[in-house]
Design a protein around this ligand. Structure first.
Ligand SMILES: [Zn+2]
Length: 304
């Protein structure tokens, strides 16, 4: 496994100055089915998945509509599982000018894989996505942000599989994931390799580090509070927000899993009716772009 010392990690050189007039943020969508989330993993088994109602196409189309209305381009980190079953959806996303990136095959967290299993998982997903959209796939996001100091060697397999960047760590400790202590701005995880890790946005507030990159936090918290956290993080890091969400977050009509624990149900269902409206406001009031374009605009090393 590759050795690393956090203090020695090389940060990506900036192209733009921090005081530039426009603040560029990243909008990303992790494309997976409603039943593939961590919150339901102890209630719905993987063997049940093929029998459950697929809603990812309908949900993703809602998001595409929202992006079109607000004239925004985004990065879609898609599961190979989805590309296998709905290749047309991947092509449609790409044809609308968005970036297709990879979220692994079937949402297995990366620490469950050996090096060779991980290489197989990401290569297989990447091939399915590239076949579906007809373009090279350069970005990767680990399911449930499961990359951390413990899985550092996996960066070698991402490079071997042909990826150029990853956006797979949350530099804070939360109850579900986290890699506290890692840099909060893009960095090169492996010395000598032109491969970037683009961490999710976190804010330091009253001595605590809190995720400020969207997802469930954006859906559950009042919009003003989310925006305050994002502004705070931007002042602290000098870069815009790396925002993410899931297609199932804009679908109040999806099946209700009443067997799931209360905490999981709250995490999954609360705020879904308001989510699309909140997103539309956010996208209209701020500048968001795809991750590959953000790297080209903001950092000396473009992803393209
Ligand atoms: Zn995911």
């Amino acid at each position: 496994m590759a050795a690393f010392v956090v203090d020695d990690l090389q940060l990506a050189p900036r192209r733009r100055k921090d005081h530039a007039a426009v603040i560029n943020n990243v909008f990303s969508v992790d494309v997976e089915e409603w039943f593939q989330v961590g919150a339901f993993e102890n209630t719905l088994s993987r063997e049940d998945w093929p029998q459950l109602e697929s809603r990812v196409e309908l949900q993703t189309h809602k998001i595409l509509q929202l992006l079109e209305t607000t004239n925004t381009k985004a990065t879609f980190f898609c599961l190979g599982w989805v590309a296998e079953r709905s290749p047309k959806l991947i092509k449609t996303i790409s044809d609308q000018g968005h970036e297709i990136a990879c979220h692994g095959m079937d949402h297995q967290r990366v620490f469950r894989f050996s090096a060779s299993e991980f290489l197989e998982d990401v290569s297989c997903a990447k091939n399915l996505l590239e076949d579906a959209c007809g373009k090279p796939v350069q970005g990767y996001r680990a399911p449930s942000f499961s990359m951390s100091q413990d899985t550092w060697g996996h960066y070698e397999q991402l490079i071997e599989a042909g990826f150029r960047y990853s956006s797979s760590v949350v530099p804070a400790q939360t109850d579900h994931y986290g890699a506290a202590g890692l840099p909060r701005v893009p960095f090169f995880p492996l010395e000598g390799a032109e491969f970037l890790e683009v961490p999710m946005t976190v804010a330091q507030v009253f001595g605590r580090t809190i995720p400020a990159s969207g997802g469930g936090y954006f859906r559950l918290l009042p919009k003003l509070l989310s925006e305050w956290l994002m502004r705070k993080a931007r002042k602290q890091t000098g870069i815009g927000t790396i925002f993410y969400m899931h297609p199932w977050e804009v679908d109040p009509e999806q099946p209700f899993v009443k067997e799931a624990p209360l905490k999981s149900r709250l995490r999954h269902y609360v705020g879904q009716e308001r989510m699309a409206g909140k997103l539309e406001e956010l996208l209209s009031q701020n500048e968001f772009m795809a991750l590959e374009d953000f790297l080209t605009t903001e950092f000396a090393m473009g992803a393209g």
